[in-house]
Design a protein around this ligand. Structure first.
Ligand SMILES: [Fe+2]
Ligand SMILES: [Fe+2]
Length: 359
């Protein structure tokens, strides 16, 4: 017998059918809970963790399949619901779709292979949802860590830069201004930079997320991570014209230094942002096997190269198709220019991250 961790709830008043289905699913390794009516099944929903799939007959005493599946939808909205029935008619279909949002219909007598295939695909759908939820949780924890780090890092030091610039002088005691509010403001500014066209697709936030993941993978010091976070979330601020922004979506970044220089000038003019201006200034400088340590006689911060890599990964991702299908081509493209465009150590960090199911 196969073994898996998924549990499936099956509800049918027809004992023979129930026995057959329990046997089939158990044989596939599912943990099966069977009930003879909707009331029993509702109790099972209340006392167990969410099922990975639910199979219910339509015509049952006490409670119709649609009524039970409607309760199941409220109790565990992401568990796919499968309706099995000997009598398909328009009214039943309409009721099942509108009230219970049924995932699939199967007609009795069931074709065993089709039945198992449908349950398998329902469970996979549920698995995808769980993985997505987990990814969101991890992302939230990660963003919170960065926000926490920012409270004790360059931004906080820079908040005092306001004093030097004789601007409004917020201090630690000034409850109307805090580094966390500052990050909210930067985040809003970053969104505004991309909102001008849907094709930009949150480019700043995507680059920032990838850069932060790379920094975490490289175990860079917290102070450096927060500077990378802030520089990457605004890195194309100097590309003011929409046509310039579109050009930057092309992986082969040619003649792109003007927007980086302008972005750095803009950031330098505002003391709290001046600390990450150098990272922005050089964020398209190729590594050129080490020659990228300097550019036009100026020293290039190493982490500027990290933002360059994150930015180029971000433009390679096509949001119109599943990212999982693109991983190998992106890895291949980035690896092919390791050393030439990007620092190999950073490319290796990306290769490690790309091995994970989600990042
Ligand atoms: Fe750029
Ligand atoms: Fe960019």
């Amino acid at each position: 017998m196969k073994k898996n961790t998924h549990s499936v709830l099956v509800v049918d008043d027809e004992k023979e059918f129930l026995t057959l289905v329990v046997e089939l699913l158990s044989e596939e390794g599912y943990q099966v809970v069977s009930c003879l009516n909707g009331t029993e099944a509702t109790e099972q929903l209340a006392k167990r963790p969410p099922f990975s799939a639910i199979v219910a007959d339509y015509k049952m005493p006490i409670m119709k399949g649609t009524e039970f599946l409607e309760i199941a939808k409220k109790s565990s909205p992401h568990t796919p619901r499968i309706m099995v029935t000997a009598y398909q008619n328009a009214e039943m279909m309409e009721e099942s779709i509108n009230r219970a949002e049924v995932y699939r219909f199967l007609t009795k007598p069931i074709d065993i292979d089709v039945f198992l295939e449908v349950v398998k695909s329902a469970v996979e759908k549920y698995e995808l949802h769980v993985a997505e939820e987990e990814k969101c949780k991890q992302k939230d924890v990660f963003i919170k860590k960065i926000k926490d780090a920012l409270e004790q890092s360059p931004l906080e030091e820079n908040v005092h830069g306001f004093d030097d610039a004789s601007l409004k002088s917020p201090s630690k005691d000034d409850s109307s201004f805090s580094p966390v509010e500052m990050i909210d403001m930067i985040s809003a500014l970053s969104s505004a930079l991309d909102i001008i066209n849907p094709a930009l697709n949150d480019h700043h936030k995507r680059t920032c997320y990838i850069a932060s993941c790379l920094a975490a993978e490289l175990a860079l010091p917290t102070k450096e991570v927060s500077t990378i976070f802030l520089a990457s979330i605004l890195h194309d601020i100097g590309a003011i014209v929409l046509a310039d922004r579109f050009k930057l979506l092309d992986f082969e970044d040619k003649s792109t230094h003007a927007h980086a220089e302008l972005g750095a000038l803009l950031l330098e003019s505002f003391p709290p942002f001046a600390i990450f201006a150098p990272l922005v200034k050089f964020h398209h400088v190729p590594w050129n096997n080490g020659e990228g340590e300097t550019f036009r006689g100026q020293s290039v911060p190493k982490t500027s190269h990290l933002i360059h890599l994150a930015d180029r990964i971000a433009v390679l991702v096509n949001r119109r198709s599943p990212v999982s299908n693109q991983v190998s081509s992106i890895v291949e493209k980035i690896s092919s220019v390791s050393g030439e465009k990007f620092i190999p150590e950073y490319v290796n960090a990306f290769l490690n991250i790309a091995k994970q199911e989600a990042f």
